[in-house]
Design a protein around this ligand. Structure first.
Ligand SMILES: Cc1ncc(COP(=O)(O)O)c(C=O)c1O
Length: 383
């Protein structure tokens, strides 16, 4: 069946308990914050969910053939990774998985390392597990791109550091790390006997034609043996409310440790989550391609607008995600989030990412909405 996809108009979301929209309910503030797009998901996914709904029986659902095959085929087709069914665990979210990894793979007295700025649960998870967190800032390479600072990581590592938590592609800076950068990280993990928790939830949102995502576990057998890969279709297909994610753990011992930790704590994925993931991976590719074209145009719109109209904001080129990381430190505003809200635009505060004086703008929305948001940002800067 062929469909034309419409990203220009989106349904009203207030009244549906939307985290993104209800934050500003009754206030004239355009929400361009939290990582949830305004687009209706792929029609192929809607059809599958409707079909599941029409069945009418919503009993306990186990990981069954359709989602397992969909994930395995997707990993092979899209990321050249031949995974086995036994390596998978379906999960209701990656945030709980990151937290559980801190419990499963560390003991009191151990530490966890990550590169900042980063998605806030990477920072809070070790704290919740009462483990020390070692934060190593990303650095700029010779091409002015954010990269992992391996030298600084070497300087900061401790004997009791057990895991490195990686965000690849990176939220919030939007980098797609090259094979060389990932290999340097893999070597670092080998040298220090670290388990690599690799959150690759944004891997299908690479809109830059030159960039190619490499699944960390495909780099070598050695790194695969110490990697916990965390993935989900939720960012790409705008399904976070369906709560369906998965982990891939090749190493039997690590997998057993993880499974023991999640036992009785993590809920089963529900029947709609399974229907959603299956349809996304089996039939969602044409929609994803159309989405990437739309996001690429939105990205260029922001990039050109900021360069031309608000050069005081530093916005480095990015290759993936629909999240733009804006350095507003040159504006001299004490509370940037409040300031922009006062001018009618809601952006994510960079502080919990360890990005003081930074804001994150979600451009997973219609062009017209983005243009309106950019105008409000300009007015806020000029005020
Ligand atoms: C890097 C990263 N991991 C995980 C998540 C959320 O995962 P989940 O909704 O499956 O808990 C997000 C959401 O923005 C994210 O950016």
């Amino acid at each position: 069946m062929s469909h034309t996809y419409n990203f220009d108009t989106c349904p009203e979301r207030t009244g549906f308990g939307s985290l993104k929209w209800d934050k500003y309910k009754g206030r004239d503030i355009l929400p361009l914050w939290v990582a949830d797009m305004d687009f209706v998901t792929a029609p192929e996914i809607l059809e599958a969910l409707q079909h599941r709904l029409d069945h009418g029986v919503f009993g306990y659902t186990i990981p069954h053939e359709a989602p397992i095959e969909a994930v395995i085929n997707y990993l092979d087709r899209q990321h050249s990774y031949s995974a086995k069914a036994a390596w998978l665990n379906f999960l209701p979210g990656l945030v709980p998985a990151i937290n559980l990894c801190c419990h499963a793979f560390t003991e009191p007295g151990n530490s966890v390392m990550t590169a900042t700025p980063v998605y806030p649960p990477f920072i809070s998870a070790p704290d919740y597990a009462e483990r020390e967190l070692i934060k190593v800032p990303l650095c700029l390479d010779s091409q002015d791109r954010w990269t992992l600072d391996i030298a600084a990581m070497e300087a900061a590592i401790q004997t009791h550091t057990k895991i490195f938590v990686l965000c690849s592609p990176h939220n919030p800076v939007g980098r797609v790390f090259s094979k060389e950068e990932l290999t340097a990280l893999a070597d670092f993990c080998e040298r220090h006997d670290l388990i690599l928790i690799s959150d690759e939830i944004h891997c299908d949102l690479v809109f830059d034609a030159e960039a190619k995502h490499t699944l960390t576990a495909t780099l070598s057998e050695q790194i695969a043996n110490r990697t916990v890969t965390l993935m989900a279709p939720s960012k790409t297909y705008n399904l976070p409310g369906l709560a369906c994610a998965f982990s891939v753990i090749e190493n039997t011992k690590l997998r057993a440790q993880f499974q023991k930790t999640i036992r009785g704590i993590i809920t089963e994925v529900n029947c709609f989550g399974y229907a959603g993931i299956t349809a996304a991976y089996d039939h969602g590719e044409p929609w994803r391609q159309a989405l990437l074209t739309y996001l690429r145009n939105n990205y260029h719109l922001i990039y050109d607008f900021i360069r031309r109209e608000i050069p005081e904001i530093t916005f480095r080129p990015m290759e993936s995600t629909y999240l733009a990381w804006l350095d507003v430190s040159k504006l001299g505003i004490k509370d940037p989030v409040r300031h922009f809200e006062k001018h009618g635009v809601g952006l994510t505060d960079g502080t919990p990412f360890d990005g003081h004086q930074h804001l994150r703008l979600n451009f997973g929305c219609p062009h017209s909405r983005l243009e309106e948001g950019l105008e409000k940002i300009r007015a806020a800067v000029l005020s």
